[in-house]
Design a protein around this ligand. Structure first.
Ligand code: GP9
Ligand code: MN
Length: 430
């Protein structure tokens, strides 16, 4: 009931972060691209292999003078993988401890998501994905989130052609080229989310598209990763070239993020080889959960920020730049550009990375050095208790909002409830 929201709102209010005046509204009324880098991990940025940079386009973007980049940004997904990332990014709500929130609650729940917030402020909102619309229940969930358009596989005439698909859908380069035609038609300003797929396990790629040698860890499930990551980088590079040609580069905020790891913790020996380490500790595995988060905006002072944060923090951060007040939204993350940003990253299993202490696999470390610490040591005990309490409450309260559909009892200022029935995603071809 509405009463259940009370302690949750109190918790959220107690750690709310004020907007940063240096950034507030800098992207007001600009187009927004959310570019989803499938399974792309931070360690691949600036990584050298086979005598080359693996991802020259992403590396350049990372260092661009107008890109706000984050070097301590973590994925926080659980079993819902991509769908958890999407849920966090556009709602600042966590995925569930098991299963996928989009699958279980996406159809029926009330949400106050990014596409709805923006479409109520004059934006056209659209999601692009070269896989079937029903995957992760996107076709229903996106309506609840207020997406005006969802361009999925059936919108892409090329999708059925032999050799145009690999793994989970259309090859990224073809997908992006074909998406361009739709993007050009969107009324501006627009909010466009673009979900790539080629850099997805099992990292298959046809010979013609391979432009770098496979890794040689000897772990077959890992070695192709570098080749599909390179392909993703090239696809991104082509997309940026197109944005410039189409006149969209300068009047858009371009956001990049990696959704989750590509190489799971089950591959310790391979990870050790890739990181040039003799053995891998739980601390290394925690660090290995870093993914990119970059925001490119013409005219904004960029730089690589060391602030600790994760996917749950993206929406408050972007709303700050967009000049949209979100003080009375139910969001579990905080603005990474704010001086009051909470530098605690809860993982879905209750582990965490905070700016001072990391907990992973029930071991505790100093985040800055990786030195293992004793959690019962009086030097750390109290601080660990404070962090753990924040982590547990965040997850517990977010779960209550999701499983109890509590947002149906909540009305933020200047927000209209999404009318799902008015939205339909009909393919232009069949
Ligand atoms: C499928 C794609 C993959 O449409 O988004 O999802 P994942 O397996 O990464 O969760
Ligand atoms: Mn994914």
């Amino acid at each position: 009931s509405a009463k259940d929201l009370k302690p949750i709102l109190k918790f959220i209010k107690s750690h709310q972060a004020a907007d940063n005046v240096d950034y507030f509204g800098k992207a007001k009324d600009k187009n927004v691209f959310i570019f989803h880098l499938e399974s792309f991990q931070q360690f691949m940025l600036n990584y050298k292999w086979d005598g080359q940079e693996v991802t020259p386009n992403l590396n350049k973007f990372y260092k661009n003078k107008n890109t706000i980049s984050f070097s301590n940004f973590y994925n926080q997904v659980g079993q819902g993988k991509t769908s958890d990332a999407e849920t966090m990014l556009e709602n600042s709500l966590y995925g569930l401890s098991s299963g996928s929130a989009m699958v279980n609650y996406g159809t029926s729940n009330t949400f106050q998501a990014a596409p709805a917030i923006l479409s109520q402020r004059g934006y056209t909102t659209a999601a692009f994905h070269g896989d079937v619309a029903s995957f992760w229940n996107r076709d229903n969930t996106y309506k609840s989130w207020g997406y005006n358009y969802f361009f999925s596989k059936s919108f892409y005439p090329n999708a059925e052609k032999a050799n145009y698909n690999v793994g989970y859908g259309m090859k990224d380069k073809i997908f992006l080229r074909d998406s361009a035609k739709y993007i050009e038609e969107l009324p501006q300003p627009f909010y466009a989310k673009i979900i790539t797929v080629t850099n997805h396990y099992p990292y298959d790629l046809d010979k013609a598209n391979q432009s770098i040698k496979a890794f040689n860890t000897g772990d077959k499930t890992v070695d192709g990763y570098v080749q599909t990551a390179r392909y993703l980088d090239q696809a991104f590079g082509e997309f940026i070239t197109w944005l410039k040609k189409a006149g969209l580069y300068k009047n858009s905020m371009i956001v990049l993020y990696g959704d989750h790891y590509g190489i799971s913790n089950n591959h310790r020996p391979a990870i050790a080889k890739l990181l040039h380490k003799a053995t891998i500790t739980n601390y290394d595995l925690a660090q290995f959960q870093k993914v990119p988060f970059m925001i490119h905006l013409n005219g904004v002072k960029g730089g690589i920020k060391k602030t600790y944060g994760g996917e749950i923090d993206v929406l408050p951060t972007l709303l700050d730049l967009l000049g949209i007040k979100d003080d009375d939204y139910v969001q579990f993350g905080t603005d990474m550009l704010s001086k009051q940003h909470v530098q605690i990253v809860p993982f879905r299993d209750g582990n965490f990375v905070a700016q001072d202490i990391t907990k992973y696999g029930n071991q505790y470390y100093l985040t800055k050095t990786g030195q293992e610490i004793d959690p019962t040591d009086s030097k750390y005990r109290k601080r660990i208790g404070t962090i753990q309490d924040y982590v547990d409450k965040s997850l517990e309260y977010s779960d209550k909002v999701m499983t109890g559909d509590l947002l149906r009892f909540y009305q933020p200022k200047n927000f209209k409830k999404v009318n799902k029935k008015a939205i339909s995603y009909k393919p232009s071809i069949s």
